[in-house]
Design a protein. Structure first.
Length: 101
């Protein structure tokens, strides 16, 4: 009876340890994603490619660009303000295509 109890406890501990390892890996992936988002460096709005400015003008005609950021992958983070006071952040590549980060 003691052997059965001991085997059950060992199985439970083993399963718990495996579950914790998977959780740790998932947390590392989320941290990596967050780090890549924070790699943006602020740039002057005048330094934005014309394709990005044209995309904002086309898809957000009432928006003004408050701040612009760029990362090493030539992706742009734009902080926009609409005329109605709404603010938001959008991301674009160098060709003016909207991306999700």
């Amino acid at each position: 009876m003691k052997n059965l109890f001991f085997a059950t406890v060992l199985s439970f501990v083993g399963l718990t340890a495996m579950a914790q390892e998977e959780t740790a890996e998932a947390q590392m992936d989320e941290t990596t994603t967050v780090a890549s988002i924070q790699d943006f460096q602020e740039i002057n709005i005048s330094d934005l490619p014309e394709t990005v400015k044209a995309a904002v003008k086309k898809d957000y005609p009432t928006a003004s660009i408050d701040k612009a950021y760029k990362n090493e992958s030539d992706q742009y983070k734009l902080e926009l303000s609409l005329k109605d006071g709404t603010k938001g952040t959008v991301y674009a590549d160098a060709e003016g295509n909207w991306i999700e980060i």
